[in-house]
Design a protein. Structure first.
Length: 255
């Protein structure tokens, strides 16, 4: 159990992490997962609890992005079909894998994403669809499957990789890419991962109401601000969140 102050801390952490995640297109685990561990949950329990809570992020962001009509249904179904098997496979393997080296590597790559975006001044500022032929879709599908596996197994920051893949490979702008990530990754990928993990290890149910509430509100408000301010602000938030997320991943291993 956790006292009233602890419940308020959970709400504040969920609001902040999911607000930033909805703006950047991923990275809710930057604050939320370490906070759950710091508050006393074992890693496996914290992971299952975090996964379930982040489904609410997808719901909150979807309520806002769904009104904008940014998703192409066939392309969205393709991302789901390629990513969901990877998510389920990753979630089934995570609890038995040594992950320190993987977290350091993922952290370094995540920092690299932020630096790459900083150096590419015009990245994701315009919508220029590409690689929609058979070869482009097949290669992109393989990358989506791999990112799904990472999403199921390593949990923190993988949505940011999906956002940049949609921009760099498929030519989406930041606004459209974050919409896909929040709806497909936040809602469906995380939903599949949460269900798989919940069957393998029980979450901390008593902590979930505040986490879910914070995720819903934070996700909706973050998506609202991202849509209102557009690609330049989303790009800057993406760069900050990726670099901080990468540093967080590395320091949790090295400390």
């Amino acid at each position: 159990m956790i006292d009233f102050v602890g419940q308020l801390i959970l709400l504040a952490v969920a609001l902040a992490s999911n607000f930033l995640s909805a703006m950047a297109g991923g990275g809710a685990g930057l604050l939320q997962l370490p906070a759950l561990i710091f508050l006393g949950l074992p890693f496996a329990t914290a992971l299952a609890t975090h996964k379930i809570a982040t489904v609410a992020l997808g719901v909150g962001a979807s309520l806002k992005h769904g009104k904008e009509g940014h998703l192409e249904i066939q392309f969205a179904l393709f991302i789901l079909a390629c990513g969901l098997p990877g998510v389920i496979l990753g979630a089934r393997t995570v609890l038995g894998l040594p992950e320190d080296l993987a977290r350091i590597a993922l952290g370094a790559l995540t920092i690299g994403l932020g630096i790459y975006s900083i150096l590419k001044k015009n990245l994701g500022q315009t919508w220029q669809p590409r690689n929609r032929d058979l070869r482009g879709m097949m290669l992109g599908g393989v990358w989506v499957f791999c990112l799904g596996f990472l999403n199921g197994s390593l949990t923190s920051g993988t949505g940011l990789f999906v956002t940049l893949l949609l921009i760099g490979w498929f030519g989406l702008d930041y606004k459209r890419a974050t919409a896909y990530t929040m709806i497909l990754v936040g809602l469906f990928w995380n939903g599949a991962g949460a269900l798989t993990l919940a069957l393998l290890t029980p979450p901390q149910w008593s902590w979930l109401p505040m986490l879910v509430l914070g995720s819903l509100i934070g996700g909706y408000c973050g998506a609202h601000l991202a849509i209102k301010k557009g690609n330049p602000l989303i790009k800057r938030v993406f760069e900050v969140v990726t670099i901080l997320s990468g540093i967080s991943l590395i320091t949790t291993v090295l400390r």
